[in-house]
Design a protein around this ligand. Structure first.
Ligand code: UDX
Length: 447
């Protein structure tokens, strides 16, 4: 089948590569000449495990092409996927200008039946606005052509996006035309593996499903973070509590890890956008508001712990930071907890020596060159002349470090762990003062 995808960002490229991988003829359209040039050379503009290889092999097989020409795009695919960005506006609502611009472009060049598929995460009601925009342009051209609009939200996790697309838990198709449902069903059949994954519903339900899923996951995290703060005050161990509650299948073990707060391109933006949509429709979403407020506070947690340890004076101190990306296996720094921590440290006169396996480039793009930030080639280098180690992203290579080396290199044996990677007793026995989330702070003297 022929597929066009507007937007060669994270969602667009993964969708394009995976649809080409199962044999479709995919054309990706973007307005950024540098990006298209890079992609044509077989280079991926983002880091996502497995994506580069997939882009290259499908391009070589002729099933995946890139263009700057929207007209070519409209002519190419029966399916016209919109996968452009929807950054948050000042007030938290999603900015739809790029989505609506694509809807307009499709209207300008449409000359036969097409299905417009919304893949971008967009507020409930966007499909209607896309339809209206395309229709408006067609009216201007004096044409009464038929087209359909579908909501088909993505559920891709960064770092595991290819696998999530190739082996999805569910494929949500929101339409108000049964014929369109069948056409999309045919496109997605290769991804059905051993059971029906397609869940068809009306457009608004599909749009809301995406926000509902992300907001519930964010709620689980904020709930656990809140509980971790209570546990600390009660002398309980949040990790034991996590195991205790996770064993109930109604609760489950996933997404109940306390930590330094959630970040990334989806949770913060989607919780805010749903809250905003609710408000616009006359409903005060108190729970969503609290989820966001708890997360805001949690992102400051590590700095608070550090500041408390040094009696509020971190001026002139140097901190070794392990991890910068908002989670492992990505170079994405959007809404990363590391940013809140680094900015607080800098504001209070401290310096940072950081290591991340993938996110140095992004960090440099955001912060530029500065005296109080040194990006190191190895985790060990960050420790040199540092006052303490702070772990903020749980990359697997940080899970079992050489603690003797850490102790020898640091000025003092102090670790702040924002992801509960280590065992408090073990670390205290090895001479560390160990601060983590929702557990008691152990020092060699408290053993
Ligand atoms: C998320 C959704 O999981 C995905 O389905 C959706 O399509 C896009 O948003 P992603 O943003 O890639 O994916 O990251 P995810 O793995 O969900 O993690 C989000 C944040 O939550 C990270 O900052 C992570 O560190 C944090 N997190 C996750 C926790 O703090 N605790 C947990 O138990 C799980």
């Amino acid at each position: 089948m022929k597929v066009t995808i507007y937007g060669s960002g994270y969602v667009g490229l993964v969708t394009g590569a995976c649809l080409a991988q199962v044999g479709n003829d995919v054309l990706c359209v973007d307005i950024d000449p540098d990006k298209i040039e890079k992609l044509r050379r077989g280079e991926s503009p983002i880091y996502e495990p497995g994506l580069s290889e997939m882009l290259q092999s499908n391009q070589a097989a002729g099933r995946l092409n890139f263009t700057l020409e929207p007209e070519e795009g409209v002519q190419h695919g029966l399916f016209q996927f919109i996968a452009v960005g929807t950054p948050p506006d000042e007030d938290g609502s999603a900015d739809l200008q790029h989505v609506l611009a694509v809807a307009g472009t499709i209207g300008e060049h449409l000359d036969e039946y097409r299905i417009i598929v919304n893949k971008s995460t967009v507020p409930v009601g966007t499909a209607d606005r896309v339809r209206a925009r395309t229709r408006e342009i067609l009216d201007k051209r004096g044409l009464d052509l038929e087209f359909d609009v579908v909501s088909n939200p993505e559920f891709l996790k960064e770092g595991a996006a290819i696998d999530d697309f190739m082996r999805p838990d569910r494929i949500i198709i929101g339409t108000d035309n049964p014929r369109t449902t069948e056409l999309l069903r045919a496109l997605y059949t290769p991804f059905n593996r051993n059971r029906e994954r397609i869940i068809a519903m009306n457009i608004r339900s599909a749009e809301l499903t995406k926000y509902a899923a992300n907001s519930l996951l964010a709620t689980k995290i904020s709930f656990m973070n809140e509980l971790s703060n209570i546990a600390e005050r009660l002398g309980a161990d949040i990790e034991a509590v996590r195991n205790g509650i996770g064993s109930d299948p109604r609760i489950g073990y996933q997404f109940i890890y306390p930590g330094a707060g959630y970040g990334g391109s989806c949770f913060p933006k989607d919780v805010r956008a749903l809250e905003h949509t609710a408000k616009e429709n006359g409903y005060d979403a108190e729970l969503l508001h609290a989820v966001e407020a708890v997360n805001f506070r949690q992102k400051q947690k590590l700095f608070e712990k550090i500041s408390d340890h040094y009696n509020g004076d971190v001026k002139g101190k140097t901190f070794a930071l392990w991890g910068l990306s908002f989670k492992p296996n990505t170079d994405d720094m959007r809404d990363a907890s590391s940013r809140v921590l680094m900015e607080s440290l800098w504001e209070n006169g401290a310096s940072v020596q950081a290591f991340d396996p993938e996110a140095h480039h992004e960090t440099q793009r955001i912060y530029g060159e500065r005296d109080d930030l040194r990006l190191c080639d190895t985790p060990e280098q960050t420790l040199e002349d540092a006052d303490a180690l702070v772990v903020i992203t749980e990359w697997s290579q940080f899970r079992s470090p050489d603690f003797d080396l850490i102790r020898d290199k640091l000025r003092a044996p102090v670790i702040f762990d924002g992801r509960n990677l280590y065992e408090p007793e073990t670390l205290a026995a090895r001479g560390f003062s160990y601060h983590s989330i929702g557990r008691q702070t152990l020092t060699p003297s408290t053993l």
